[in-house]
Design a protein around this ligand. Structure first.
Ligand code: ATP
Length: 649
């Protein structure tokens, strides 16, 4: 008797897999948009559908579809947001020649690569449209086309000329591509979208290769491509069927459509997942509340399925702590530890006392302060602002010129045991792997001299990296002097240059790239070596610290969300406005009047994403510019019970 209601409740979404299989195997097949909230098991649903449609699991109509796909050499294409998601789906699906899983970048490049004339035509058309639009916009302004704007417009013209004279285009979806004909990621997406809209041959190729395309995280999928695909899928029976999976409540990038649910054609099916399998009941109630909140300054609709927790997940602890944002960063870090202690008492989870909770901060700099690697992080930002921090797609690997410090030297350092002794066997392996032993001289005497030089350099390296006080320069010195690895010429040149760093530019002053990089190199060489390890862990996404954006798709037992608008800078996100410590600005009011997206809308979605990462307990720490006002508003909001929020003393 007891098992029945559990199954009934937890299995309220059990029919969705079969429902979707039905749409995709109908004649003609029907496109669908799956509303699937946080923790609802989108991936599992997707994989289960694919198993049935490709004949892995017994399914009459699925087997027929699989036969048809195989006969014509076709496959179902799944498009994911990150490479990590590709690996997860492939891992769960196993070997399956009827399904291809890739990121949108790989998918687009696969479609257009080799069609150089078409790519050229598309890129020129896209850029000319951009030039026309930007010129008209600038001309309409009271000051007309300023010198700075003219520079931007000239850059677009130069891009167009560059495309005109390129014969062969090159691209690697997994990394930045350099050299003649190299395309940026955005070029590839733009070109593919344009070609899909304008070239019937490419439309036929797509339909012929992949009659079914399923897109994960569709709320953040780049608009141009999504529009092109949605256009091709109409009318039903056109030869392309789309499945869009997503959660518009979790849209955090500006690439996606702002209101996807309303763009989906009426004729599409709209199945729903109502369960949240991830979080305890208290957390699910909170995220439902957050989404439904009728806040002043909100323009986005509250469309969405109310989620249900699993019926055995009746617990969960949620707390909101409100502190004064004018405190120093050190004081804030200390008080956040106090909040963690409060969480340990409230939840009884030892993890809060041992630092085993995931801390989510709004901004990388904030994370770097809390993670004690601020010097290294700031140096990396100066060296390459676009590569210094982890990205949601998992693509950033740090500035290219310092890769040897992030890889080779890290691997060598890992050969040093806790007792400070170097494991020579492992170190030799590291050298072999990175090609450092390839050029060891043949002649015995020179060979012995080289080996001796390497051993001495290694001993000096070990001494430097086990000394807490060493800077990056101290550790680099022996390895660079003995050429233990192949160093990027920019790193070697910067190291050899002993000139002092240029002064940082004043407010509003421009800085050349060269001066900025020189400051970056000097800051990096001066930074404590032990910060590099923490920076690497963060970059790789393996840290207990992360930004709010990067954790999309992840889950953690215990989560602390640190909300500190003042430190984060920018006006895109403001938690203090949501919680009442800051009033809406004039710009917010204007946006509301025009029905445009507001800070409140963006912040609410980000808050929804961060809160929904927690499985067991969730601490929200708000650094507010008006503690009292925020606490009053929080009490009125009804999001939390009286014992769930308090001031940070
Ligand atoms: N049917 C199910 N029964 C039990 N557990 C499930 C089920 N589906 C998913 N889960 C579990 O619930 C958690 C959330 O699933 P998953 O990460 O796939 O959700 P999601 O829809 O991708 O969420 P999000 O959009 O928040 O990232 C995972 O731990 C997963 O193992």
């Amino acid at each position: 008797m007891s098992a029945v209601p559990i199954l009934a409740n937890n299995d309220r979404d059990a029919g969705v897999v079969e429902e979707i299989c039905g749409y995709l195997t109908e004649e003609p097949p029907r496109s669908y948009f799956l509303f699937a909230g946080a923790g609802s098991g989108k991936t599992r649903t997707l994989v289960e559908v694919l198993r049935r449609l490709t004949g892995v699991l017994k399914h009459e109509k699925g087997e027929q579809l699989a036969r048809r796909l195989r006969t014509y050499g076709r496959s179902i294409r799944v498009v994911t947001y990150t490479k990590n998601a590709v690996a997860v789906i492939n891992g769960r699906l196993g070997d399956n020649d009827l399904v291809g899983v890739s990121t949108i970048h790989s998918f687009c490049w696969e479609l257009i690569s080799g069609f150089n004339d078409d790519i050229r035509e598309a890129l020129i058309a896209v850029k000319e449209a951009q030039l026309e639009k930007e010129t008209a916009k600038a001309q309409a302004k009271p000051r007309g086309i300023t010198a700075a704007k003219q520079r931007d417009l000239d850059e677009i013209k130069a891009d167009i000329e560059g495309f005109r004279t390129t014969d062969v285009f090159m691209y690697h979806p997994d990394r930045n591509t350099y050299g003649p004909g190299a395309l940026a990621h955005k070029n590839v997406l733009d070109a593919a979208a344009w070609l899909l809209c304008n070239k019937p041959t490419l439309q036929t190729i797509l339909r012929d290769r992949h009659p079914i395309v399923l897109i994960d995280e569709s709320q953040d999928t780049i608009k141009g491509m999504l529009d092109a695909l949605m256009g091709l899928a109409e009318p039903r029976g056109s030869g392309l069927t789309l499945g869009l999976l997503g959660d518009h409540r979790q849209r955090i990038y500006t690439d996606g459509h702002s209101d996807l649910p309303n763009l989906v054609p009426q004729s599409w099916a709209t199945p729903e997942l109502q369960m949240n399998h991830r979080s305890q009941g208290r957390i699910v109630t909170l995220i439902n509340r957050i989404w439904k909140a009728e806040l002043d300054g909100r323009t986005q609709p509250t469309t969405g399925v109310e989620q249900h927790p699993r019926i055995e997940k009746t617990g969960g602890v949620v707390r909101l702590y409100v502190g004064d944002t004018s405190l120093s960063p050190e004081d804030k870090v200390r008080r956040e530890r106090w909040c963690a202690d409060q969480m340990r008492e409230a939840s009884g989870a030892a993890a809060w006392g041992t630092g085993q909770y995931q801390l989510l901060a709004l901004e990388h700099k904030l994370v770097a302060t809390r993670g004690s690697f601020l010097d290294v992080y700031q140096a990396m930002v100066l060296l390459d602002p676009n590569a210094a921090a982890p990205a949601g797609s998992g693509d950033n690997k740090g500035p290219a010129a310092v890769q040897v410090m992030l890889n080779e030297l890290a691997h060598l350092e890992a050969c040093v045991g806790a007792d400070g002794a170097l494991n020579e066997f492992l170190a030799t392996e590291v050298f072999r792997r990175h090609g450092s032993l390839d050029n060891i001289p043949e002649d015995p005497a020179t060979r012995a001299a080289r080996v001796d030089e390497m051993l001495k350099a290694m001993a000096a390296f070990v001494a430097a990296c086990t000394d807490e006080k060493s800077t990056a320069e101290d550790v680099l010195f022996p390895v660079l002097s003995a050429n233990l690895f192949e160093f990027d010429h920019r790193l070697s040149a910067a190291y050899a240059d002993k000139s002092p760093p240029p002064a940082a530019p004043g407010r509003g002053e421009e800085e050349s790239k060269q001066a900025r990089m020189r400051r970056g190199w000097c800051a990096l060489f001066d930074a404590p070596w032990n910060q590099l390890k923490r920076y690497r862990t963060y970059l790789a996404g393996n840290s207990v610290l992360a930004t709010h954006q990067v954790v999309k798709g992840s889950e953690f037992m215990h989560v602390m969300v640190v909300m500190d608008d003042a430190v984060a800078g920018g006006n895109q996100i403001s938690y203090d406005k949501i919680f009442g410590g800051t009033q809406l600005s004039k710009g917010d009011r204007e946006n509301v009047d025009k029905g445009k997206e507001t800070t409140i809308d963006r912040t609410l979605r980000l808050l929804y994403v961060t809160c929904s990462r927690a499985q067991e307990s969730l601490a929200l720490v708000l650094w507010s510019s008006d503690q009292e006002a925020a606490l009053t508003r929080i009490k009125e909001s009804g999001w939390f019970t009286d014992d769930e929020f308090q001031a940070i003393q």
